[in-house]
Design a protein around this ligand. Structure first.
Ligand SMILES: Cc1cc2nc3c(=O)[nH]c(=O)nc-3n(C[C@H](O)[C@H](O)[C@H](O)COP(=O)(O)OP(=O)(O)OC[C@H]3O[C@@H](n4cnc5c(N)ncnc54)[C@H](O)[C@@H]3O)c2cc1C
Length: 420
């Protein structure tokens, strides 16, 4: 074998996996189709949820990200029709971090490429897989342009090649697609002032969503995720529709005097895609190649960091000992269920349907109930199992709270219409 592990894709998931395997003493090929050291993903809101904080610290990524200017969010305010759910400083909710991909991707590639045992191969596009007679994946064929082809072999091939994973397609991995009934656009401002609580805010406006987030460079990212029935409005005049949406946000950011420093970035269709993370012997998928979720809850980067580390944790020891990674991959499959659980919920949310009575009750109760607010934050940051929020105890407390509010609410304080 040429290598212990071949990783296809040197972005978040691939660089994380390569760094972890290299540090475990393995020989790693990190194959990336892009040639430029500055290559980066452009269609990404780069808000990395607090659930990834542990992994970022453990991998030694957190401090370099901070040193490159990343903005940290320690408290996310959530707007509800009953008032703001304010972040609690003592809630044990790990911080989120945001560093634009133009800086993050090269930084991760630099760390991975400098790790002993990792051969970073930029400008190599994977165009084929090598398989043994039993159907196990044992390597890849890369193209570095023109007719040049290279065959690399390893005991484990990792597809970290994103949403449209070539590796998955070449391996005939089935794809489970689900619709997304929202679209999204965002931009960055210099000199914007936030008016909601916490250092970032989210507006679940049912069915639309909006966010306001601090990012590197002292900039403020403002993003809107309208339901698709508003597409004609955005198609007619995207900039005007965006401005109108943001201006009508309750306690939205003050943009008077702020300078918009980028064009609107986004997409009008982004279906959810899921593939089995251990689809074939000798093959594992990480990051978007396994689960490309709805961008609204901003989970994808966190899943990419975390799934890569889970895979390395599950398999590095076996690979280092010269063992068969097949059994070790089962541990990765099990760890990945955490993502699958949240993705099931995310797919339901991506349909942009009306919130259930229980969802409304939980949000409203969290305005005055600090423990519910903490649970909501842990859920939003993907920092605990979904059962932290979705459990009978929370449901009972929220519904009792809703009943009490109905009895004490002065007349005339009903729900507002579509807020934007
Ligand atoms: C509009 C939008 C907004 C988003 N906002 C957020 C957000 O705010 N927060 C968040 O956490 N997530 C967000 N995401 C999701 C996030 O961008 C992805 O989950 C994340 O980039 C996945 O990382 P990855 O490493 O798995 O894949 P990618 O970042 O897509 O990287 C794949 C890599 O593989 C390489 N590659 C592909 N094919 C080949 C090949 N054949 N050979 C060699 N190399 C190849 C590519 O060049 C690339 O470097 C958003 C996504 C979208 C679409």
């Amino acid at each position: 074998m040429d290598y212990d592990v071949i990783i296809v894709g040197a972005s978040i998931a691939g660089c994380t996996a390569a760094t972890a395997y290299g540090r475990a003493g393995l020989r790693v090929a990190l194959v990336e189709r892009q040639r430029s050291p500055g290559a980066h993903k452009t269609l990404c809101g780069h808000f990395v949820l607090g659930g990834a904080h542990d992994v970022l610290c453990r991998m030694g990524f957190w401090e370099p990200m901070r040193a490159h200017g990343a903005a940290v969010t320690t408290g996310l305010g959530v707007w509800t029709r009953a008032g703001w759910v304010e972040p609690r400083p003592d809630g044990g909710v790990p911080p989120a971090i945001s560093l634009r991909r133009r800086t993050l991707d090269p930084l991760l590639r630099e760390i991975a490429g400098a790790t002993a045992g990792v051969d970073l191969l930029p400008g190599h596009r994977v165009v084929g897989l090598v398989e043994d007679s039993a159907g196990a994946v044992t390597g890849v064929v890369t193209s570095a342009g023109r007719a040049e082809r290279t065959v690399l072999r390893a005991r484990l091939v990792v597809g970290a090649d994103g949403h449209h994973s070539t590796v998955a397609r070449l391996a005939g991995v089935p794809e489970d697609r689900a619709p997304n009934h929202r679209f999204l656009f965002w931009t960055y401002y210099e000199g914007a002032a936030m008016n909601g609580p916490g250092d970032a805010q989210v507006w679940p406006l049912d069915p639309d969503v909006a966010v306001c987030i601090p990012v590197d460079g002292g900039l403020t990212q403002v993003g809107v995720f309208p339901a698709k029935d508003r597409l004609p409005e955005f198609t007619a005049d995207r900039a005007a529709a965006f401005d109108r949406f943001v201006r009508r946000l309750p306690d939205g950011p003050t943009l008077t005097g702020a300078r918009q420093v980028s064009h609107l970035i986004g997409t009008t269709d982004y279906p959810c895609v899921r593939r089995p993370p251990t689809p074939r012997p000798g093959l594992a998928l990480v990051g978007d190649a396994a689960t490309a979720s709805d961008p609204v809850p901003a989970v994808g980067c966190g899943w990419a960091f975390r799934s890569a580390v889970w895979l390395a944790d599950a398999t590095a020891g076996t690979l280092a000992d010269g063992g068969d990674p097949r059994h070790a991959l089962r541990a990765y499959r099990r760890a990945h269920r955490f993502i699958d659980g949240y993705d099931d919920l995310g797919r339901r949310e991506a349909l942009a349907g009306p919130p259930t009575a229980l969802q409304r009750a939980v949000r409203a109760a969290a305005v005055t109930d600090p423990d519910l607010a903490r649970r909501m934050a842990l859920f939003a940051m993907r920092a605990a199992d979904p059962s932290v929020l979705i459990n009978p105890g929370v449901a009972v407390r929220a519904l009792i709270g809703a009943r009490m509010r109905r009895h004490t609410r002065p007349s005339g304080t009903g729900a507002a219409g579509r807020a934007a």
